[in-house]
Design a protein around this ligand. Structure first.
Ligand code: LLP
Length: 437
């Protein structure tokens, strides 16, 4: 993927940086992000959007990977930024991302989060439910401001993906229900509110989706809602956000479409749906995984080996579900290879175990590798999305460092956590202090 290649030493090289050198310099586990590739993925989307010849904007769903440096890339490349929490918003603002290009998602925004966003002057809120509309109105009124909103709608489209990352089906915690008329009720409520400015709608049908039909169907349903809102209230949709969810290739079973294809499918559906209507909304999409997923590679050092005679060989890495919870959560599949001996033929089949105290902490089952040795460097590609962002301190493992690589330069963008970091929020009540009187 991206700018990776195997160099003369038989080592993996990413962004012109030798993975063995990266491991030496920054330690392992290490998240390596290919900056040129992230930028090129963003540019592909933006270019495709422009070429549709309709108003079409691309946002980055920052939940996939959000750090100060990442927000700088999003700003430089001119995308919008989707945040889902005060924490993501704070990161974006601190990075200098212009507030008018940030919008706020989430199904249970707190009053404090809403205030932070209103004060910052973000582009809009994606209201998820009636409670949020009421809260937004009340807080905006209190501040004497107007909150721009779009309504998240649950369009009743089921995409074929893992049940936990499916979101568009009717029985979902997200969004105003379309079938039962909740979405139209939401339009009425927002239009009547004195401190809300309704701009349109949003839907997101799930993540890691390959089939284009699901997007077509969702486009049709959402356009239907725009038409109904126009018919009933004379409301002209300005923004129609079709969410993210565009799949990437983790292993040979995944067959993603080129990004242009997803963009064109959505644009074509909209051209058709809005033909003859007096308005055409600005179409937004908000990919996360498709922008950063393939740009990330995790480097691990191989450690202990356990062989169950005649059954299986377990080889443990110095990380696991703490830096990549996706196999444990979603049975996600990954490929991997030895970064320090990338040209050598496979000689054995091993299973890659994490080092957490948990049987489910297995990263990869039955992986063909050259005869492995302690100290070998394992590279797991496609770990740029939902890995660092879902990492944890389980077992009190410090989180790995993140580096951006490009043109032979490696730069730290997240420092490795230290043991001191781990206890920095701990407090011992006085009565429990050692030698307390
Ligand atoms: N928009 C909304 C409203 C979303 O909920 C999501 C993802 C996205 C956009 C971005 O979706 P993407 O383009 O990245 O597929 N942790 C899971 C994925 C959860 C996705 C949550 N929402 C995983 O590791 O597969």
């Amino acid at each position: 993927h991206g700018t990776s290649r195997i160099n003369e030493a038989g080592h993996l090289e990413i962004g012109g940086c030798d993975a063995v050198e990266l491991a030496k310099r920054f330690g392992t586990p290490l998240y390596v992000m290919d900056e040129a590739w992230i930028r090129s993925r963003m540019r592909n989307f933006v270019k495709a959007a422009k070429e549709t010849m309709i108003p079409f904007r691309v946002a980055y769903a920052s939940k996939a990977f959000n750090t100060l440096a990442m927000c700088r890339l999003v700003d430089e490349e001119g995308l919008l930024l989707d945040v889902v929490s005060g924490g993501e918003l704070f990161t974006a603002l601190r990075a200098g991302m212009p507030a008018e290009r940030i919008y706020f998602h989430g199904n249970n925004k707190s009053p404090a989060e809403i205030e932070l966003a209103l004060d910052a002057g973000i582009r809009l809120f994606v209201a998820d439910n009636f409670t949020e509309l009421e809260m937004l109105e009340a807080i905006a009124a209190h501040k004497g401001k107007v909150a721009r909103v779009i309504l998240r709608v649950s369009p009743g489209v089921e995409a074929h993906t893992h049940a936990y990352i499916q979101t568009g089906q009717a029985d979902s915690k997200f969004g105003f229900d379309l079938e039962s008329g909740q979405a139209l009720q939401g339009v009425r409520m927002a239009e009547e509110a004195g401190h809300l400015c309704l701009e349109g709608f949003h839907c997101h049908i799930g993540s890691q989706i390959f089939e284009t039909e699901a997007f077509e169907l969702a486009a049709e349903k959402m356009a239907g809602l725009c038409k109904d809102s126009y018919g009933q209230f004379g409301f002209e949709t300005k923004v129609l956000n079709m969410g993210g969810g565009f799949g990437i290739r983790y292993d040979e079973n995944d067959h993603p479409q080129p990004v242009e294809r997803y963009v064109n499918i959505i644009a074509d559906a909209m051209k058709k749906q809005f033909a003859g209507l007096p308005f055409l909304p600005e179409i937004w999409i908000e990919p996360g995984r498709a922008i950063v997923g393939t740009a990330g590679t995790t480097l691990y050092t191989l450690g202990t080996v356990k062989e169950v005679p005649g059954v299986r060989k377990y080889v443990a890495v110095d990380g696991g579900m703490t830096d990549n919870p996706r196999p444990a959560l979603y049975q996600a599949k990954y490929e991997a290879f030895l970064a320090n001996r990338a040209l050598e033929e496979a000689e054995e089949v091993v299973s890659i175990a994490g080092k957490c105290c948990e049987s489910g902490d297995m990263l990869i089952w039955d992986l063909p590798l050259p005869a492995v040795r302690q100290g070998d460097l394992l590279a797991v590609p496609c770990t740029g999305a939902y890995n660092y962002s879902m990492s944890s301190n389980y077992n009190r493992f410090p989180r790995p460092a993140v580096v951006f690589v490009q043109n032979g330069q490696a730069e730290l963008v997240v420092k490795r956590e230290t043991y001191e970091d781990l206890i920095s929020h701990d407090v011992i009540p006085k009565r429990l202090l050692k030698n307390a009187p």
